[in-house]
Design a protein around this ligand. Structure first.
Ligand code: ATP
Ligand code: MG
Length: 440
């Protein structure tokens, strides 16, 4: 096969296909992307299986080196590497390939996705790791995501004259280089970080954070992301009924080489709203692996990609949470109408004042504000010397929406709770005249 056969994204799939044509039931992934598609494995039957999963239109290669020999370096390529790639020598070959050809986005398909393999693969510059038994739909989604991110990276570095300079997941690249804004002459895009925090557990922080994020995602022209920074018991993925393949731990495992394209490949999309999600670790034991500086770095990269980055937090102050609060443009402080809630919030406000966190960015959200519990809103505001800018009523639609894994703003849009959270979103971005939204 001639080199240009791989490096010709505009060519019709039939020009590249030398693998068996798939059955009509399989989605032809190649038709949905602008990158060329390569399948790499020394075992012909494995190559055939991967090619069939992709629906044809891919070019087969027996080794990563053979693929490298055929590339000329001008056009985006997605390389789907078979299980033989899950080996230190092969991963070293991948690292060399992506350093030499940054427009190649590699996906490793393995028997089993373990945390340690994922870590090694991401460090080598692999964009995603998928289990071979996950099926064609999961592989297709990964190919489309990786294709979009390599195309992004190429746009980033295409000079006005049209020459393309190396860019991508090489270790020398800084955090801003993976996004188109980095190549623009002006300053990089800087989205807002909106953190939702309560110093008392069970106050409704996650309910408010997820619904606010969904409301913002439905209105914003650029992507909106929610980061679950409740590192031990985060439940954002559950509240949005998502089954994530990656979590914040995977981003931290590659923190030294993390860029916008790599971070984007770790996000899961809440399809109904287009909200991007960086989930919390799947087990509390992994929480220790995520430090304050990691969160600051991740938020910095997400700002470049997103209009809004909403952060859900645990109900305590530690160095990670304090760094997030410091990094935030706005903080929605959630409290209920009960003495412990008010007491804890008062202590929190004192701490934040001591740390010289600007008061203008703090906002009070009273949740279950209509509860008949002998404390009223005015008393709480007096005790805190703070006026509530949002009051959310108590309503059974909230636990109902939680149990359905659907945010209350879409589950019960006419409820008082949804209206209050929508009004909270109005403070950030005006409602759109039409309901068209941009998905990533
Ligand atoms: N306005 C409301 N009306 C009725 N129920 C509510 C309301 N807000 C929250 N809840 C209920 O309170 C429970 C706790 O909410 P949520 O998980 O958002 O709190 P949290 O502050 O994030 O808690 P944690 O400290 O565990 O992270 C949820 O199961 C939800 O059903
Ligand atoms: Mg929570």
């Amino acid at each position: 096969m001639a080199p240009e056969q791989v490096d010709a994204p505009a060519a019709p799939p039939s020009a590249l296909a030398v693998t068996p044509e798939p059955s009509s039931a399989v989605v032809p992934v190649r038709d949905t992307i602008n990158s060329s598609l390569a399948v790499v494995d020394p075992v012909p039957s494995v190559r055939d299986e991967l090619a069939a999963q992709l629906g044809g239109g891919s070019s087969p290669f027996a080794s990563i080196e053979e693929l490298g020999d055929r590339l000329t370096g001008a056009a985006p390529v997605v390389a789907v590497i078979g299980p033989s790639g899950a080996d230190p020598t092969q991963l070293a070959a991948v690292a060399a390939l992506v350093n030499r050809f940054p427009m190649v986005g590699c996906i490793l398909v393995t028997e089993q996705v373990t945390t340690s393999l994922l870590q090694q693969a991401l460090r080598a510059g692999v964009r995603d790791v998928v289990a071979i038994h996950s099926g064609p739909a999961v592989l297709a989604e990964a190919v489309q995501r990786v294709s979009a991110s390599v195309e992004h990276a190429i746009v980033t570095v295409t000079a006005p004259g049209g020459t393309t300079a190396p860019n991508g997941p090489g270790p020398a690249h800084g955090p801003s280089e993976g996004h188109p804004d980095a190549a623009a002459s002006g300053p990089p895009h800087r989205g807002s970080v909106v953190t939702v925090f309560s110093p008392k557990g069970g106050s409704g922080t996650s309910v408010v954070a997820t619904s606010l994020a969904v409301a913002l995602a439905e209105r914003s022209t650029r992507p909106v992301c929610i980061v679950d920074a409740d590192l031990q018991f985060g439940d954002v993925a559950v509240l949005l009924k998502l089954a994530p393949h990656h979590t914040i731990v995977d981003a931290v495992a590659s923190i030294d080489r993390l860029d916008a394209a790599m971070l984007e490949s770790l996000l899961v999309t809440h399809e109904p709203s287009g909200l991007r999600v960086l989930p919390a670790p799947l087990e509390p034991a992994y929480a220790d692996q995520v430090g304050a500086s990691d969160l600051v770095r991740i938020l910095g990269i997400l700002r470049e990609i997103c209009d809004y980055v909403v952060v859900d937090t645990p109900s305590y102050l530690n160095d990670v949470v304090l760094s997030i609060l410091d990094e935030s443009d706005s903080v929605e402080l959630v409290a209920g109408l009960d003495i412990p809630s008010v007491k804890n919030l008062k202590v929190t406000l004192q701490t934040l004042r001591l740390l010289e966190v600007p008061e203008e960015k703090l906002h009070l959200v009273l949740n279950r504000a209509d509860s008949k519990v002998k404390l009223d809103v005015a008393e709480v505001e007096r005790a805190l010397h703070f006026e509530a800018r949002s009051q959310i009523p108590s309503d059974v639609v909230v636990p109902q929406s939680v149990n359905r894994g659907e945010p209350v703003v879409t589950h019960a849009p006419r409820s008082g709770v949804a209206k209050a959270i929508t009004a909270l979103a109005d403070h950030y971005v005006a409602p759109r005249a039409s309901r068209t939204r941009r998905r990533r």
